[in-house]
Design a protein around this ligand. Structure first.
Ligand code: AMP
Length: 318
């Protein structure tokens, strides 16, 4: 007789009823590989390093065990999730909210730079069970003592490689000094460069390593094609690709902020519904662009890697 341990059901995962109901309503049929592998380990409060890309279901992989262990009566933050960008922090906080829809009185708070400080201070005063934030602003609140992490049970470093790429190493280090010694530390990263290993060695006690998919590879459900063209031909080639795919709904990644703007301007000039997103836009501008993209008012989102990392938009064609 054969058994298939990775084909578990959510019901086998020892999650509270409230979460199982939410998962069912979302239509998730079975745990994704990263969820199947990590949820049992995380429910026990062990430390892990998970190598998984966006789209593998890693948000639920850490959010569900955190929610399973939340004490709703305690209002001091019990879990902190650090994420590289405001967009990702918002998205992760929204995911918590959705999974916790049957946990009455549950509060998750996104905390990120560029947003109104007073609103965040008020929200922190009211209390939150889970805080999801970008390192800079979290550190800012720790300095002001508006955020206290002494009751923390879990810290998650989401998209760790990206946070380190963005130069958040020192901030993360300082934030971790504000957390209790006894806690679970979970690190998720799409790639495992040396810097990620260094931070894991330094701050995590005997982490269990979990990998889904092949290391440092592209997602399997994406068909890869490339064209080698000179810089001057690049825009025309892009237009040709768009021309061949009139229903295109996708992202164009550029190396620099200026490039994103130039490409977006040219596309708009040529009659396409395009917009640029990058770190120099204000929070409101970034929110507005993402909103239009999600609603398909924009067909092409021209982005720097950093601005778009981890963003989850449905039905992307290219
Ligand atoms: P993530 O990798 O966390 O960004 O998740 C990618 C997408 O997969 C999100 O839209 C989730 O809602 C969805 N998702 C997560 N877990 C599952 C699951 N077990 N079954 C189906 N969809 C899922």
């Amino acid at each position: 007789m054969q058994t298939e341990p990775e084909q578990a059901l959510f019901a086998d995962l020892d999650l509270p009823d409230a979460l199982l109901r939410a998962i069912k309503q979302l239509g998730y049929e079975s745990p994704s590989p990263i969820q199947g592998k990590s949820i049992p380990i995380l429910l026990e409060g062990k430390n892990i390093i998970g190598q998984a890309q966006t789209g593998t279901g890693k948000t639920a992989a850490f959010a569900l065990p955190i929610l399973a262990n939340i004490d709703l009566k305690q209002t001091a933050p019990q879990a902190l999730v650090l994420a590289p960008t405001r967009e990702l922090a918002i998205q992760v906080a929204e995911a918590f909210q959705v999974y916790a829809r049957h946990m009455k009185g549950f509060h998750v708070l996104p905390i990120y730079g560029g947003a109104d400080m007073r609103g965040q201070l008020r929200a922190l005063k009211r209390g939150a069970h889970v805080v999801v934030g970008t390192p800079g602003r979290i550190l800012d609140h720790l300095g002001r003592k508006s955020l206290k992490l002494n009751e923390l049970k879990t810290v998650v470093l989401d998209e760790a490689d990206e946070m380190l790429n963005m130069g958040f190493y020192e901030d993360i280090k300082s934030i971790l000094t504000h957390t209790p010694k006894e806690k679970s530390s979970w690190l998720f990263s799409a790639t495992m460069p040396q810097e990620v290993n260094t931070i894991a060695k330094k701050f995590m006690h005997e982490p269990i390593e979990i990998t889904v998919g092949t290391k440092n590879s592209g997602a399997k459900n994406v068909n890869h094609q490339y064209f080698i063209v000179g810089a001057r031909e690049r825009y025309n080639t892009l237009r040709a690709v768009i021309g061949m795919n009139p229903d295109i709904f996708g992202c164009v990644f550029c190396r620099t902020k200026i490039e994103t703007q130039k490409v977006a301007e040219k596309l708009i000039h040529d009659g396409y519904k395009a917009a640029a997103i990058h770190g120099d836009l204000s929070q409101n501008q970034r929110d507005a662009v993402m909103q239009s993209f999600r609603k398909k008012k924009i067909q092409l989102l021209i982005a720097t890697d950093v601005a778009a990392r981890g963003i989850d938009v449905e039905d992307i064609t290219h």
